[in-house]
Design a protein around this ligand. Structure first.
Ligand SMILES: NC(=O)c1ccc[n+]([C@@H]2O[C@H](COP(=O)([O-])OP(=O)(O)OC[C@H]3O[C@@H](n4cnc5c(N)ncnc54)[C@H](OP(=O)(O)O)[C@@H]3O)[C@@H](O)[C@H]2O)c1
Length: 234
């Protein structure tokens, strides 16, 4: 049984990843979200899968809640095999459009999307080091690629570019030796963030991401892939 932590697991791609990992089997899933009381779908899944799914409270912007959640995993299990940093925000118009930008709002998107996953990874490092196949996944975005110059979305794009840099540095940091880290773009997905016109259902993206994550080899460390395995330009 492998242990996996998925952040932002109460809706969207995070919830779909939980469902996919439970369906595949062989995983104990720790699903974190900032407000478990309101996580109706996740709570129903937890009731149906009491042995293999545990919900944890974690606001990725709150270091105390990260520590509490990771301590709970450590008390429950001897190791963590995979961390999927999925929680993220898109930001409002005051993070998107020149002329409307608000520095605190832009900084908040960068904190949640880039700084928080780095801090969550730091908190999980000791548990990951106890696995014989540890991996860290940053759920990034094609909009984080410096090769793309279509449109604005300053805060979101900057946050995902910074997340990608965190993935690169973590992948080759001696302090993370033995832990594979990748950035993955989930595609355009029909979630609250992606909107109803997106071309992928959450379960399509999540099942492809799972397949990719589960076949990551040593040479993939420090890479940036799209959900379907296409290597992305940084
Ligand atoms: N959908 C797409 O087309 C698309 C494309 C590229 C990349 N992505 C990335 O995929 C990931 C998931 O996106 P999604 O489409 O599933 O978005 P979503 O439906 O808006 O869900 C976002 C999730 O992140 C959680 N979250 C936000 N801030 C948090 C915080 N401070 N602490 C803990 N959880 C927090 C939300 O929790 P609450 O319910 O509490 O708000 C929710 O569970 C994000 O990183 C996003 O950038 C999505």
């Amino acid at each position: 049984m492998q242990n996996i932590l998925i952040t932002g697991a109460n809706r969207g791609i995070g919830l779909a990843l939980v469902e996919q990992y439970l369906a595949v089997g062989g995983y104990r899933v720790f699903a974190s979200c900032r407000n478990p009381e309101a996580a109706t779908a996740l709570n129903a899944l937890t009731q149906a899968n009491p042995q293999t799914l545990r919900t944890l409270q974690m606001d990725v912007d709150d270091e105390a809640s990260i520590k509490r959640a990771v301590d709970t995993i450590g008390a429950d299990s001897d190791r963590l095999d995979a961390l999927i940093n999925n929680a993220g925000v898109s930001g409002g118009d005051d993070t998107r459009n020149l002329g409307q930008l608000d520095s605190a709002a832009v900084a908040a998107v960068i904190t949640t999307n880039a700084v928080a996953p780095l801090i969550v990874t730091q908190a999980c490092r000791d548990l990951l080091k106890r696995s014989d196949n540890p991996r860290v996944v940053m759920i990034s975005s094609g909009l984080g690629s410096l090769a793309r110059v279509d449109g604005n979305a300053y805060g979101y794009r900057m946050s995902k570019a910074a997340m990608n840099m965190a993935a690169r540095v973590l992948a080759f940091d001696e302090a993370m030796a033995g832990i594979r880290t990748v950035a993955l773009a989930p595609g355009w997905v029909r979630t609250d963030m992606g909107g109803p016109s997106a071309n992928l259902a959450p379960e399509e993206s999540a099942s492809a991401l799972l397949a990719l994550i589960e076949k990551l080899g040593a040479t993939d460390n420090g890479s940036f892939f799209r959900y379907d395995g296409l290597e992305m330009d940084w």
